[in-house]
Design a protein around this ligand. Sequence first.
Ligand SMILES: Nc1nc2c(ncn2[C@@H]2O[C@H](COP(=O)(O)OP(=O)(O)OP(=O)(O)O)[C@@H](O)[C@H]2O)c(=O)[nH]1
Ligand SMILES: [Mg+2]
Length: 196
Amino acid sequence: MASAPSSAAGTRRRMPTAIKILVAGGFGAGKTTLVGAVSETEPLRTEEVLTDRGVGVDDIEGVETKRTTTVAMDFGRITFGDEFVLYLFGTPGQERFWFMWDEVALGALGAVVLADTRRLADCFPAIDYFERRGTPFIVAVNCFEGAQRYEADEVKQALQIGPGIPVLLCDARRKESSKEVLITLVQHAMKMRAAR
Ligand SMILES: Nc1nc2c(ncn2[C@@H]2O[C@H](COP(=O)(O)OP(=O)(O)OP(=O)(O)O)[C@@H](O)[C@H]2O)c(=O)[nH]1
Ligand SMILES: [Mg+2]
């Protein structure tokens, strides 16, 4: 871990370890919302307005109030004490923008795959992607109002992912809930690293 002198008195203060985290998942799963909820800086967003041209292409069922979509990425930052600073990269949900994923994914410690139980299959491509790359990931089920509630274990079974991969329920709009998701991911990714 890097460290640097912090004062004229010569005391040394630890520099936090910088960690890159990806936030992925299907269209409208709440990636931009999660990054915005936890970021301590004004999140950088690359949102474009959904227009009539997306009718029949962009499935907004369940998120009818959704007006914009991410076309490049979201970017935010959150610091945990003086130990870690997480740089969050939210990916675009729509397949036509996925050509950028390889670039965005470079050097990431791990990924949060956000899932919406009303359209669970939308998160399969993200799971496949991280499994293929060997990137540690967890699944966070974003609990939208009106969506049927499932236990995390039920979702895990439906996704058929490995027993060691954490699945948890969250509300992407809430800072504390989204922070818990990130902490779960960092702990999981570090455990995976230690086991390598
Ligand atoms: N009720 C409810 N609405 C949510 C929640 N999270 C996000 N939303 C809403 O759902 C819509 C989709 O959220 P976004 O954060 O834009 O989703 P996204 O995954 O970034 O979408 P793309 O970038 O287009 O793939 C927005 O209108 C949010 O306000 C949630 O936990 N509960
Ligand atoms: Mg988005």
